[in-house]
Design a protein around this ligand. Sequence first.
Ligand code: 13P
Length: 251
Amino acid sequence: MIKPVIAGNWKMNKKVTESIELVKNLKTLVEDINQVDIIVCPPFTSLYPVSEIIKGTNIQLGGQNCYLKESGAYTGEIAPQMLLDVGCQWTIIGHSERRQYFSETDSLLNQKLKYVVETGLKIMFCVGETLDEREGNQTESVLRRQIIEGLRDLTAEQMKNIVIAYEPVWAIGTGKNATKEQAQEAHAFIRSLIEREFGKSTAENVPIQYGGSVKPENAQELISQPDVNGFLVGGASLKADSFAQIIKACI
Ligand code: 13P
């Protein structure tokens, strides 16, 4: 049984005071929950104040992205070591918004994964097809390319620190989530790819999160699918109430 991993991706939302308020509220709502891993991924400017509030609690901290160098002349970038320094255990890599708006390619993401996994940060690696790709029957070929090229040359040992997030682009921020059948089908396919690349034991143990319009109303039926092992939540993680309800639906 894989322990569910539920992460809130706040994206470019919440100033410092708003972040503090949100995470304080969340902390009380999820206080005694240890059956799932709970992660919040605030914007970089809020990481430090949030980390001070969640110290010693069951809430873990993640970045939304990072670069593949420890330091240097890379204006605007953040090193994985800086995320660790500020109290992160996690980072997201390869979110579709990074791929779409910031031209992050499979090959760049592969370099990031190989570098970041060696720093000790755990990674939520995002994959998912666009609406055009789904309608053109390319879902499997897109997922195959993103998984094989993204995870190229990683080892089964390194895969222990990687979670896959299946986020169909057409479901992100649209209010239109994948059905439980669509999610299960994609997750099972991703798990089969992981098995082919890394073996049965890695495939059986890798958590695969679903992301895309997850809400308190659909969380339970999605998490009941055998290959859905958690969520990467956008909009609904911006309110302590709805994020806590999603977390509780996974217990
Ligand atoms: P929404 O939950 O707002 O659809 O966003 C999903 C997402 O992109 C999480 O990374």
